[in-house]
Design a protein around this ligand. Sequence first.
Ligand SMILES: *[C@@H]1O[C@H](CO)[C@@H](O)[C@H](O)[C@H]1NC(C)=O
Ligand SMILES: *[C@@H]1O[C@H](CO)[C@@H](O)[C@H](O)[C@H]1NC(C)=O
Ligand SMILES: *[C@@H]1O[C@H](CO)[C@@H](O)[C@H](O)[C@H]1NC(C)=O
Ligand SMILES: *[C@@H]1O[C@H](CO)[C@@H](O)[C@H](O)[C@H]1NC(C)=O
Ligand SMILES: *[C@@H]1O[C@H](CO)[C@@H](O)[C@H](O)[C@H]1NC(C)=O
Ligand SMILES: *[C@@H]1O[C@H](CO)[C@@H](O)[C@H](O)[C@H]1NC(C)=O
Ligand SMILES: *[C@@H]1O[C@H](CO)[C@@H](O)[C@H](O)[C@H]1NC(C)=O
Ligand SMILES: *[C@@H]1O[C@H](CO)[C@@H](O)[C@H](O)[C@H]1NC(C)=O
Ligand SMILES: *[C@@H]1O[C@H](CO)[C@@H](O)[C@H](O)[C@H]1NC(C)=O
Ligand SMILES: *[C@@H]1O[C@H](CO)[C@@H](O)[C@H](O)[C@H]1NC(C)=O
Length: 674
Amino acid sequence: MAPSLFSLLLLSTLSLLHLPQPAAANLHTSTTLFRSQPTPEPTSLPATDTPPTTFFEVTKPIPLPNTKPCSHLVLQHDFAYTYGKSPVLADYAPPSHCPSHKFAKIVLEWTATCKGRQFDRIFGIWLGGVEILRSCTAEPRATGIVWTVKKDITRYYSLLMSNHTLAVYMGNLVDSTYTGVYHVNVSVHFYPAVEGYGDNVVNYGELDNGIGSGADLILPISRNLPLNDGLWFEIENSTDVESKEFKIPQNAYRAVLEVYVSPHENDEFWFGNYPNEYISANGLTGTPGNGPFREVVVSLDDLVIGAIWPFTVIYTGGVNPLLWRPITGIGSFDLPSYDIEITPLLVKLLDGKSHKLAFSVTNALNVWYVDANLHLWLDTKIEKTQGKLLEHSISPLSLSLLSNFTGFDGLFVNNVSRSISSSGWVKSSHGLIKTKSVQHFKYSNTMVMGNGGNMQILNQVINFNGSVDTKAPSSSVHSTKSLKTFGLHFYSDNVDKGNGSYANVANVTLSIDEKMQEVSDSETSTSRLKNVQNGQGYMLVKGNLVVSGLGSTQQEYHYTGDKSCYFRNVSSSNYTILHDEESNTCKYHESSPFSSRRGAAVRWWLPLVVGVVASGGGLIHKCITGKVVGCITGKVLQICRFEVLQLCRFEARWWDGGGLEVAGGGQEVGKSCR
Ligand SMILES: *[C@@H]1O[C@H](CO)[C@@H](O)[C@H](O)[C@H]1NC(C)=O
Ligand SMILES: *[C@@H]1O[C@H](CO)[C@@H](O)[C@H](O)[C@H]1NC(C)=O
Ligand SMILES: *[C@@H]1O[C@H](CO)[C@@H](O)[C@H](O)[C@H]1NC(C)=O
Ligand SMILES: *[C@@H]1O[C@H](CO)[C@@H](O)[C@H](O)[C@H]1NC(C)=O
Ligand SMILES: *[C@@H]1O[C@H](CO)[C@@H](O)[C@H](O)[C@H]1NC(C)=O
Ligand SMILES: *[C@@H]1O[C@H](CO)[C@@H](O)[C@H](O)[C@H]1NC(C)=O
Ligand SMILES: *[C@@H]1O[C@H](CO)[C@@H](O)[C@H](O)[C@H]1NC(C)=O
Ligand SMILES: *[C@@H]1O[C@H](CO)[C@@H](O)[C@H](O)[C@H]1NC(C)=O
Ligand SMILES: *[C@@H]1O[C@H](CO)[C@@H](O)[C@H](O)[C@H]1NC(C)=O
Ligand SMILES: *[C@@H]1O[C@H](CO)[C@@H](O)[C@H](O)[C@H]1NC(C)=O
């Protein structure tokens, strides 16, 4: 195999590196082995007519209305030597050429090409200082690569409707060794709303209940321009606290803090960092430590108000760069942001004075990039809202640690948990609304070191159990619950090959299991996402360059919602897609993720063309468009006839006799879901 092909791969991210899991051969005698080293350009580049490789992250497509979008190229730029320079700036103005300003969906699209050799680079996009995308670039090949990231940015509607400075920062470095220049286009697509597009129409005019629709004002909790870097705060150690002062309008009645986080350099692989006692006992000075637990803590005027136990995003050069070609790691092209409902604490901000939001990271090593957006809902009918904090509690971190090692080999178990809750009310023209917000976290990390410190096996699970409940004067109740499980399994073994090179075998499994439930009065909607990625790789590494190797990845993505479903099963090996299966058909036998037994309600959407639907006892139905022409209601059966093409939602119940009772206009009706 031609080494030149592989010498283009760079291990890990950013300019200063350590091994993904630092248990490398002779690490204790030769840490410089894993530092960035320039290497000569390959002598022969492959033919230029080879088409570029398309990289992608598996995710469900954004549901779009059937309208023609107004598209807006907001930035076109070539990111060459941009490290430590000002972000690239552009003037953003809302679209003036669209017939309507009522949009159902707004989608951000990033498209980039790159050729040559380059590290994976973290980048961010900010509009008026509000971060709207955090992402990692793909690593190029000599024959070139191309990739696209699409993100639903409808929640930033109010921000997108006025003029702002758009800022894009990507710390890229180009010299004679690292030759990849990223050619980037950033576009925004505005999809006009259509009458009757049902729940997907975002109603930003009148606030019915104000919940579920986009915020009226979004304040940046990030660093101000001008600066020569990203607008994120940089948290460098466990005592570092970064903060920003801000003021909010006194007519706010709801507040949500959206936080973006990404770990780098010594904490890029925080989940595999060694306990400090292991480092000092083995003289591994310089190896990233502080153990494998990290928590991003958010404080308001020095009171801890929420936390983030982040998903383990692995960037495109992480662990073994060959794993992420062309299927990239979960979250690497669109890093998740985390919402904290802070409405119960809103009273603290309603005095018209300046307040401080601060971020810190428990056990942090250099460096975490953290910033946030404060989403605020404003009352147009009154000048001042009032509030009261009823309860706020934060449990101390509950830690249990098992540490048992002899020399380089051993076992470490870290279990941590924490709960944060607050409740309070806000009085506005919508009445006195009580909100209770709860976050429960559980973390478990088992780390096994073997083979004289060259082998590391990690099993990490983070459970997040969060809820927001509101109660309005009309006694209408709204509640959202989310249960998230972030899984990581990691196996890595190194063999020293002499001459500053080593061979590595690594298997990794990343998973997200997310159940959401939203209850609004009597309406319940649920969704579930199961996203699992498995990778196996081996590689020969010299310096920070992958000389040869192979990576294989398999991913299964299952999303089941009330309105849509999405399934993808894709696998790749050595840059080639082996299997790719996609479907948007709902499998109805999968019942509600929150209650899978008999008696539980199950809902779904069905398309109907002049149909007849019969429903079993206790059934209710609701349609987005079209008219119910007539119904015959019997004792346990209701039969309705519909006039036009429409989407209808049904609720059925499991009967004690077993089985799901559904009657429809023919068997097919019960099977399709688009
Ligand atoms: C927004 O920007 C556009 C284009 O630069 C400009 O024509 C318009 O006057 C600006 N609007 C406001 C309110 O400043
Ligand atoms: C960016 O847009 C320009 C103009 O539409 C196009 O020529 C170019 O190929 C695009 N580049 C990328 C990376 O998509
Ligand atoms: C932590 O980082 C901050 C910010 O860079 C620095 O001022 C401080 O000295 C550091 N503390 C320690 C203990 O290294
Ligand atoms: C520590 O590890 C040793 C060797 O594997 C084992 O014999 C011992 O029982 C372990 N101790 C504890 C407390 O787990
Ligand atoms: C840590 O948590 C795991 C999973 O919940 C459990 O199996 C294990 O016994 C716990 N270990 C310790 C040391 O607390
Ligand atoms: C969520 O947390 C609450 C409070 O600890 C607990 O009662 C409930 O069982 C948890 N739910 C799940 C699914 O973990
Ligand atoms: C180490 O490198 C030298 C010079 O490049 C080469 O002659 C020798 O065979 C290499 N040794 C090993 C074990 O690869
Ligand atoms: C790593 O994956 C390979 C290929 O699936 C498998 O043969 C091997 O047993 C795995 N190793 C471990 C330790 O999981
Ligand atoms: C996904 O595809 C693999 C073959 O690549 C197959 O073995 C597996 O059963 C499929 N999974 C599902 C859920 O269809
Ligand atoms: C990977 O594919 C390349 C051709 O694209 C081939 O030369 C190489 O042998 C393959 N590697 C493995 C380990 O199969």
